[in-house]
Design a protein around this ligand. Structure first.
Ligand code: NAD
Length: 477
């Protein structure tokens, strides 16, 4: 069942692209029925292979909570695709837009058209969700799609390739497996649009490669997303929800709360509430099937180094879990770890953490908290906990982030009526729901001139009539 698609770098990848481009030119306007059929195929794959995907992810991670794989990689993706399928017929229709008085009685419309051949580069942390949601949006918009899933989840990437090759002609959907060489060759292709989900540093390379072809990009990147407890927050509730957001997938989520900012007078209360919440959610780390491992020895070592460095520099480090000390490196499990008031130049405050470590910083005034957030790159997400609307609106107005959830973590991502994307170093462009359909479409502006119109009054040779019409236009426009 392996794809006809090539899996080596260079020429073969280019051939796969050329095949899709030719196919797109032969059929540049897939019908609604064709798009619905493509989405139905994706749904069938996910329903038929849900167990196989959960097992593959589990093996790739060392251990991945089966519930989280079923809910977040498979279930959420199925829900998103069903939603796209429900609405795609409406999204495809021409969209009337207004025309100003001087152009009447002409009409104007936006005509959604496929862009052509779309590339989707996805990361390892939600390998199915982050590959299939981009793929579904691009297919709904009528495109051909080439995928490059992550080499860090090789079993899942292979299964994605095999199942898609069984269902789709490679001229419509094709998977390129491989590592950095294949990825670099992939991003050098002259795609009509490229969706990249991954780190900010690799995102810069991808943007440079795409720029050489003037390929438009959607960059879904990461960063340090703060969780801010306002002066009017319920500390227990906030701690519970931050810990939940932090420990899901063991913190390996782009929108995971990266660090917490808490009022100085609430520091001890917050630390205690966070410990209690972690123990309630994951009473044990080592043997707990709900607790996910760190994906690779490299990432495990990176996180351990962050903790050791913080400890070495005198920061208070609190590790939670009855058997925290026994955590085995072989299982690559790291218990929930609080690092209290680390230095700004500590690694834990310099890099996106992407693991179950939560630095806790304190502030005295809400202005100071806002300033600390604004001193850094603009984050992918911001989480604000407050029961005061003035405080809420002040933080919303004075900070800039890809998205926000107020009084919880993560949930704005699951709300498909909201576009999802970053700003600045956390990304550019957005997708999800209708916004995803639009991201992979060219909304072609079309002006329909009316049979009866006055434009000939503006033709040369210019004279008195032109001046009179010009003066009139200046008044009515
Ligand atoms: P990564 O940037 O290392 O890799 C992502 C993908 O890029 C992989 O498929 C990889 O093969 C490919 N790649 C590597 N080098 C490349 C190159 N030179 N050109 C083109 N592609 C290349 O990221 P990762 O470690 O897989 O994922 C973790 C990062 O992704 C975190 O920073 C996280 O915040 C971010 N992320 C963002 C989102 C989002 O939606 N904004 C979602 C998940 C993860």
């Amino acid at each position: 069942m392996q794809a006809e698609c090539p899996t080596t770098a260079g020429t073969a990848i280019h051939e796969a692209f050329t095949r899709q481009l030719r196919a797109f030119r032969a059929n540049p306007a897939p019908t609604l029925a064709q798009r619905q059929e493509s989405l139905a195929k994706l749904l069938r794959i996910l329903e038929q292979y849900d167990d196989a995907f959960a097992s593959a992810i589990n093996e790739d991670f060392g251990h991945r909570s089966r519930h989280e794989s079923m809910m977040l990689d498979v279930g959420m993706t199925i829900g998103d695709i069903k939603d796209i399928r429900r609405h795609v017929g409406r999204w495809m229709k021409p969209r009337p837009v207004g025309v100003r008085r001087h152009l009447l009685p002409a009409r104007a419309r936006l005509l959604p058209q496929p862009r052509g051949v779309v590339g989707v580069i996805s990361p390892w942390n939600f390998p199915v969700y982050l590959t299939f949601t981009g793929l579904a949006a691009a297919l709904a918009a009528g495109n051909r799609v080439m995928l490059k899933p992550s080499e860090l989840t090789p079993r899942t990437s292979a299964l994605i390739g095999e199942t898609l090759a069984e269902a789709f002609d490679p001229a419509q959907v094709c998977t390129i497996e491989g590592g950095r060489d294949e990825a670099a060759a992939f991003s050098a292709l002259p795609f009509d649009h490229l969706l990249f989900t991954g780190s900010t540093s690799v995102g810069r390379h991808v943007a440079q490669a795409a720029a050489r072809n003037l390929t438009p990009v959607t960059l879904e990147l990461g960063g340090k997303s703060p969780a801010l407890l306002g002066k009017h927050a319920n500390v227990e509730t906030a701690a519970q929800r931050i810990v939940f957001g932090k420990l899901l997938n063991a913190g390996q989520i782009c929108v995971s709360p990266d660090y917490a900012l808490v009022p100085r007078e609430q520091l001890d209360h917050f630390i205690q509430a966070a410990q209690d919440a972690a123990l309630r959610l994951y009473p044990d780390v080592l043997e707990n099937a709900d607790y996910t491992s760190i994906v690779s020895p490299h990432h495990y070592g990176r996180l351990i180094h962050m903790i050791e460095e913080a400890r070495g520099s005198g920061s208070r480090v609190v590790q939670i879990g009855a058997r925290a000390a026994e955590t085995a490196a072989t299982a690559r499990r790291i218990p929930f770890t609080l690092v209290v008031s680390p230095d700004d130049d500590a690694r834990v405050m310099q890099e996106e953490i992407f693991g179950p470590i939560l630095p806790v910083l304190t502030y005295d005034t809400i202005d100071e908290a806002i300033e600390r957030i604004n001193q850094r790159d603009r984050p992918l997400a911001l989480y604000l906990f407050t029961n005061d609307t003035c405080e809420r609106d002040r933080v919303l107005e004075q900070t800039s982030s890809g998205g926000v959830t107020v009084n919880d973590t993560l949930w704005h991502v699951a709300c498909d009526s909201l576009p999802f994307g970053g700003i600045g170093a956390s990304g550019m462009g957005a997708y999800h729901g209708k916004c995803g359909f639009d991201a992979f479409s060219h909304l072609k502006p079309v002006f329909y001139q009316s049979r009866v119109n006055a434009t000939s009054l503006l033709y040369p040779p210019y004279g008195r009539v032109t001046e009179w019409v010009g003066a009139l236009l200046r008044k009515v426009m």
